[in-house]
Design a protein around this ligand. Structure first.
Ligand SMILES: C[S@@+](CC[C@H](N)C(=O)[O-])C[C@H]1O[C@@H](n2cnc3c(N)ncnc32)[C@H](O)[C@@H]1O
Length: 233
C-alpha cells in the first residue's frame, strides 16, 4: 500500500523552493564557517586529489555532517559500503565512541591500502575492519549472521547495486537505526528528463522506493551531491 501523501496540492498551497541556491562564493562561506577538518582528513583529501577519480570522495561538509550524526546518535556497530581512499571512513571513525566498531566494504585493494594507512595513523585500526570484495557478497554473508544488529550504515558505492544495498542494509539495521545514502541528487540529473542513463534511472528508482517505504522515516538533504537520511521504524 502506498503512503497517504498528497499527490497534488492546489497551486497556491504548493511548497515553495526556499532552498538557497549554492554558488561558489556561498559554498566557500559555508566551508569557511563550518568545516573543521582534522589534519589527517586534510592530508587524505590532498593525497586523493592526485587521482583523476578524486571527485568520488565525499566533500568535507558531508564528512563532517556524517561525523555529527554519529556523535548525536552514538552508534556502536557501523557499516560502510564504498570506501575509496577512506575520507568517509575516517570522518565516521574519528567521531565514533571508543567501544564502537565499523566494517567498511570496498572492492579495490589499492583504495583500501590508502584508507588503511590513514586509519592506522589515526590509531583506529582496532575499531575499523575493512573487507575487500564485492559488497553484495559481503552483505550476503553479513545477513546470515548479523541481521538487525547494525546501528548506522553509510551507502556510497556503485549505483548498479544500489537497490540491493538498500534492501540488504534495511535487513542488517536494527529498528531505530540509521542509513545515510550519498549521491541521491546525482549531480542534479535526477530532476532532468534529458538524463536517461542507467545510473540516473537507478538513483531515481531508489529515491521513489525510499519515499514510498512505510518502514522508514526519511529526509533528503541537498548537501554535497544529495544525502538521504533514513531511520528504520
Ligand atoms: C563514490 S566512491 C566512495 C567514496 C568514499 N565514500 C569517500 O568518501 O571517499 C565508491 C567506491 O565504491 C567502490 N565500489 C564500486 N563498486 C563496488 C562493489 N560492487 N563492491 C564494493 N565496492 C564497490 C569503488 O571502488 C569506489 O571506491
Amino acid at each position: 500500500m502506498l503512503p497517504n501523501f498528497p499527490a497534488q496540492v492546489p497551486d497556491d498551497l504548493a511548497p515553495k523552493n526556499r532552498t538557497v541556491q549554492m554558488n561558489d562564493a556561498l559554498y566557500d562561506y559555508l566551508v569557511s564557517h563550518s568545516v573543521r577538518e582534522s589534519e589527517l582528513l586534510t592530508q587524505l583529501r590532498k593525497e586523493t586529489a592526485q587521482y583523476h577519480m578524486s571527485r568520488m570522495q565525499i566533500s568535507p561538509e558531508v564528512g563532517q555532517f556524517l561525523a555529527l550524526l554519529i556523535q548525536l546518535t552514538s552508534p556502536k556497530k557501523l557499516l560502510e559500503i564504498g570506501v575509496f581512499t577512506g575520507y568517509s571512513t575516517l570522518s565516521m571513525a574519528q567521531a565514533m565512541s571508543k567501544d564502537a566498531k565499523l566494517i567498511a566494504l570496498e572492492k579495490k585493494q589499492m583504495w583500501l591500502d590508502i584508507a588503511c594507512r590513514y586509519i592506522e595513523k589515526a590509531g583506529l585500526s582496532n575499531q575499523v575492519s575493512t573487507v575487500c570484495g564485492k559488497a553484495s557478497d559481503s552483505l550476503t554473508s553479513l545477513i546470515k549472521t548479523e541481521k538487525g544488529t547494525f546501528d548506522f550504515v553509510f551507502i556510497d558505492a556503485d549505483k548498479a547495486n544500489l537497490i540491493e544495498y538498500y534492501h540488504a542494509c534495511k535487513l542488517l539495521l536494527r529498528s531505530g537505526g540509521c542509513i545515510a545514502i550519498d549521491n541521491t541528487l546525482w549531480w542534479g540529473n535526477v530532476a532532468d528528463e534529458a538524463f536517461i542513463d542507467k545510473d540516473t534511472k537507478i538513483v531515481r528508482e531508489l529515491n521513489t522506493l525510499v519515499y514510498q517505504d512505510q518502514d522508514v522515516d526519511v529526509s533528503m538533504l541537498s548537501i554535497g551531491d544529495g544525502l538521504t537520511i533514513i531511520r528504520k521504524k
